[in-house]
Design a protein around this ligand. Structure first.
Ligand code: ADP
Ligand code: MG
Length: 223
């Protein structure tokens, strides 16, 4: 366990570093983008160059946005929150998009009023990341089930199950490594950032997958 602890501390330093860099890079990037837009409207030439620059800048912004979710520890706001309320809020956020893609999201709670000490926005970000991945893994529709189950006396297990394409066994160990993606426009940061947030909440996150779907298991302490 000592080794595990050390490992997660290291991870958290890397996360802080990533968040710090993202904060620092965003301001100059915004300035450059603004001036490029001005130049483009004045010059009106080399449109394709500007298009390429713009789409690459947008990609950098997307990566920074994903990394910025890793707040500095001093910015974290831990409060007692009802986990079901958080999950239902995220479900409502994603539902329209899911329905359009023929995806049904079901939720199941083993018990009511389960309070956990958490930074609500961060947890929401984790759940959004996981639901997005599930949706992206089901281009022809399917089912997502979120289950909240008691786990021992003082923990809760949250399962995100989908009926998507799954993750090939040989890729499974790479999932969660920074920038590892199988998607054309993926950043490969969603799982890494989510795992980091869960660890900041003294929890764990694991992935199971086969060709019939994927299960993400999150275990968090309950107060
Ligand atoms: P991204 O979504 O930008 O690719 P993530 O870190 O969120 O980055 O996910 C990394 C990779 O893990 C994805 O590219 C995909 O191959 C795989 N993955 C994650 N979640 C799922 C899922 N629910 N079903 C199938 N594959 C998944
Ligand atoms: Mg993702």
């Amino acid at each position: 366990t000592q080794e595990l602890l050390l490992n997660s501390e290291k991870l958290s330093v890397a996360g802080q570093l990533a968040a710090g860099i993202a904060h620092e890079v965003r301001n100059p990037l915004t300035a450059i983008k603004g001036f490029l837009q001005l130049m483009q409207s004045e010059l009106n030439t080399h449109t394709t160059y500007f298009d390429i620059i713009e789409s690459e800048m947008n990609r950098i912004e997307l990566i920074l946005t994903e990394l910025l979710v890793l707040s500095k520890p001093q910015d974290l706001k831990f409060e007692m929150k009802d986990i079901a309320v958080i999950i239902e809020h995220v479900k409502a956020l994603i539902d329209t998009n899911a329905i359009m893609k023929n995806i049904v999201i079901n939720t199941y709670y083993e018990c009511e009023n389960l309070m956990i000490r958490c930074d609500e926005n961060q947890l929401k970000q984790v759940f959004i990341n996981l639901l997005k991945n599930s949706i992206e893994a089901m281009p022809d529709g399917g089912k997502i089930t979120i289950e909240v189950i008691n786990h021992g006396k003082d923990k809760v297990k949250i399962l995100f199950k989908d009926t998507g394409s799954g993750i090939p066994k040989e890729l499974l160990k790479k999932i969660g490594q920074p920038f590892f993606t199988t998607k054309e426009n993926g950043t490969g940061l969603g799982i890494m950032v989510s795992k980091q947030i869960i660890e900041n909440h003294h929890g764990t996150m694991h992935i199971w997958s086969d060709p019939h779907g994927t299960i993400i298991e999150i275990i968090l302490p309950v107060k």
